[in-house]
Ligand binder design. Structure first.
Ligand code: SF4
Length: 280
């Protein structure tokens, strides 16, 4: 059993909030470089160039890559041989988000109640998902999510009779119908199976998969490619101004489900699909 002080969790979350907002993952930047080469629209290519410059300026100056620094989504994998001491885990994570957003000069975008809508002025509460895993480490991933893209999420409870084509069309239609709202080129996360809530979790988690990496199962890899092809044939293009690169990547995460159902959730993410991870 390894003992970990929760103040270490707070310090890590604080740092990851800043890192995620300042430094885009290398695979995403590479997708911009590739997109600049393959995009057919001259304006689209220019936009890719702006996105690369923006990404590099943010990194060089420790500044947010986008003004919407998002709601903090925190995925924590906690080793079953870890003993956390010094308070409550969720409090420690929220304290890290509070410090990261305030000290990092990140926009405070969260209200404490969905109807009263008073800003909490520290970007809490975070959305926290914990998983118990083997080992004696704590791994934390912070994935800030802007709501231009989050608002474009879609869910459908298909019946088991739905064809692969029905599902591909639903996902592609959600992405194409979103138009310029999610600041394309987008990254598409899909949760398939489980229950409605499990599918929503899987769709969000799918966004952590490196850009361009396909599902190891050929059935789902083929589905991901079919969705990408449809979305990229739509003409929406970079920033919705027309072009051939509307989506950079699509990740489908399946899970076992009930004989009577087939839940499907699409979580669309923007061209700043941010995440940073660290371990204690
Ligand atoms: S959707 Fe993404 S790129 Fe667009 S404003 Fe929100 S965080 Fe920024």
């Amino acid at each position: 059993m390894r003992t970990i002080e929760l103040k270490e969790v707070t310090a890590l979350v604080r740092q990851l909030c800043m890192d995620a907002n300042y430094y885009l993952p290398a695979d995403l930047r590479q997708a911009f470089v590739d997109g600049e080469k393959t995009e057919q629209s001259p304006l689209g290519r220019e936009i890719f160039g702006e996105m690369i410059a923006n990404c590099d300026l943010a990194r060089q100056n420790d500044m947010p890559v986008c003004q919407d620094t998002g709601m903090a989504i925190v995925f924590a994998e906690i080793g079953q041989d870890v003993h956390l001491v010094g308070g409550a885990f969720e409090d420690a994570v929220n304290e890290g988000v509070r410090q990261g957003y305030v000290d990092g000069f990140l926009r405070l975008s969260v209200v404490g109640d969905p109807l009263r809508r008073e800003n909490t002025n520290d970007n809490t509460p975070a959305i926290i998902y914990t998983t118990i895993v083997p080992g004696d480490r704590v791994k934390i991933t912070v994935a800030p999510k802007g709501f231009g893209s989050e608002n474009m999420s879609a869910m459908k409870m298909f019946t088991p009779a739905a064809s692969k084509e029905n599902i591909i069309n639903f996902i592609a239609d959600a992405c194409i119908g979103a138009g310029s709202n999610p600041c394309p080129p987008i990254v598409i996360g899909v949760g398939l199976g489980g229950t409605s809530d499990k599918a929503a979790y899987l769709a969000k988690r799918a966004l952590l998969r490196p850009v361009g990496v396909q599902n190891a199962d050929p059935l789902y890899a083929e589905m991901e490619q079919a969705i990408l092809d449809k979305v990229n044939a739509s003409g929406v293009g970079p920033q919705g101004l027309g072009g051939t690169v509307t989506a950079l990547s699509c990740a489908v995460e399946p899970f076992g489900t009930h004989i009577a159902g087939l839940p499907c959730v699409v979580n669309i993410s923007c061209h700043v699909t941010r995440h940073a991870e660290g371990s204690i």
